[in-house]
Design a protein around this ligand. Structure first.
Ligand code: AMP
Ligand code: MG
Length: 352
């Protein structure tokens, strides 16, 4: 299949109502899948009401059928198509954070969207993306758009159109290039069906920001204990992993350098993932910088790009520094834990 490429300058093309986006929307109307930028990561969209269209998303990504999709809407009226029950907490959150990186889980209206979207669950995940191209595309398509991240399943999510093409060229009808995404990590997924809402996936919006608006929320215990099964089906899959095995290293720089030296002395090629503050300290086969420790949002912004870049470097193993679980640090560590398949080396433990 030929994959179309539409480049959009979000500041200039808006004056003409994004003609490229209108063209891309035509493919969505015809039941094809198209990748597009959002403020979190690039999404791979299809008409959420059509089984045939949604099936193409699963096929292109190689996504397991039991992993449901988030439905993207461009205005709150479209929510009426999807659910009959909008809890008070959800209304407060939508007023405050939509459009934005917050996905809300509602009880779904029977037969509203394709059952492939919900993976047969009685709930539906919905969000309104904060990106002019995403909103224009959904509006032009005229239907809610089901869209997971536009990567091959298991790979880091794409934060640039070229990442989408690296994974999916020839498998999808097109990609709209709106430049690099802002947040860099996926949305926070919050289940608002229980009395006290539960965070199923940490993401671009922090727990602290949510609690400021609706008071205390819970977190799916599976986020802390890898042995319990997660309420969000997608959270059980390995994700975001570079080809070389990645280990989290929890200790000071000198100790991390010793680990690197030990491995390299036996011919192992070692990469390091570190923030600007410490990157220049390390001597390794590759050092990849992702943001600043003093600004965890900057780490989130470049994390996936950094993880992807390791695959070009022909390494045997990767060490990654860890971050505090505060603000967006919670989501950064969730993705790094998955990329590492929870492998962690701790200085205190190793010095016992
Ligand atoms: P992605 O689209 O790749 O960002 O992944 C969407 C995430 O939302 C996955 O972790 C899904 O399992 C989760 N999700 C989507 N719909 C639901 C739902 N109805 N209930 C719980 N989790 C959901
Ligand atoms: Mg994904």
């Amino acid at each position: 299949m030929k994959t179309n490429y539409w480049s959009v300058d979000i500041n200039v093309d808006i004056k003409n109502n994004y003609p490229q986006v209108v063209e891309a929307a035509q493919y969505l109307k015809e039941g094809e899948v198209v990748a597009f930028p959002t403020e979190t990561v690039y999404g791979l969209g299809a008409n959420a009401l059509s089984d045939k269209a949604v099936a193409k998303i699963f096929k292109a990504k190689g996504r397991p059928a039991d992993n449901p999709l988030i439905v993207h809407i461009a205005n709150v009226n479209q929510l009426d198509l999807l659910t009959k029950e909008i809890p008070e907490t959800a209304i407060k959150l939508m007023n405050e954070f939509w459009p934005g990186p917050l996905t809300l889980i509602f009880k779904s209206k029977p037969d509203a969207v394709s059952s492939l979207v919900t993976a047969g669950l009685k709930t539906v995940a919905v969000r309104m993306p904060d990106h002019p191209v995403a909103l224009a595309l959904i509006n032009a398509a005229g239907v809610p758009i089901a869209a997971p991240s536009a990567n091959k399943s298991g790979k880091p999510s794409p934060t640039m159109a070229r990442h989408v093409l690296a994974d999916l060229e020839g498998l999808i009808a097109g990609v709209v290039d709106g430049g690099p995404t802002g947040v860099g990590l996926e949305s926070t997924v919050l289940d608002c069906t229980p009395e006290v809402p539960i965070i199923l996936r940490p993401g671009g919006l922090s727990k602290e920001e949510i609690e400021r608006v609706i008071g205390q929320v819970d977190q799916d215990p599976a986020l802390k204990h890898s042995e319990s099964s997660p309420k969000s089906p997608g959270m059980k899959y390995r994700h975001y992993a570079p080809s070389a095995p990645l280990f989290l290293v929890d200790g000071d720089k000198a100790w991390i350098q010793e680990l690197i030296d030990q491995k390299r002395s036996s011919g192992v090629k070692v990469g390091v993932l570190a923030p600007e503050e410490s990157a220049s300290f390390y001597k390794a086969d590759a050092v990849v910088v992702s943001g600043r420790r003093s600004d965890l949002k900057s780490v989130a912004h470049t994390l996936y790009q950094a993880l992807r870049s390791f695959d070009e470097k022909n390494l045997d193993l990767i060490y990654a520094e860890v971050y505090p679980l505060q603000g967006v640090g919670e989501a950064v560590m969730n993705r790094l834990e998955k990329a590492a398949a929870h492998r962690r080396i701790t200085q205190v433990e190793s010095e016992k």
